[in-house]
Design a protein around this ligand. Structure first.
Ligand SMILES: [Zn+2]
Length: 66
């Protein structure tokens, strides 16, 4: 349990896309409660499935550059 909690903390603190490590712009909450983070490119790649399944998608405002 301790290891799992530590892994969750690391994941939440990580700011990069889960797929490519670029700066994450979007946070997707899975039904399990886990979160995935995506750059714009990878969000677009997976968007059809997320929309189809109704996963909440949240913009990470702090990661946006003007
Ligand atoms: Zn990416």
């Amino acid at each position: 349990m301790t290891i799992a909690n530590m892994a969750d903390t690391v994941r939440l603190q990580r700011k990069g896309c889960d797929r490519c490590g670029a700066g994450a712009l979007w946070d997707v909450e899975l039904p399990s409660g886990r979160h995935l983070r995506f750059c714009g490119h990878h969000l677009n790649e997976h968007m059809p499935r997320f929309e189809n399944d109704g996963y909440p998608i949240v913009a990470l405002q702090s990661q946006r550059s003007v």
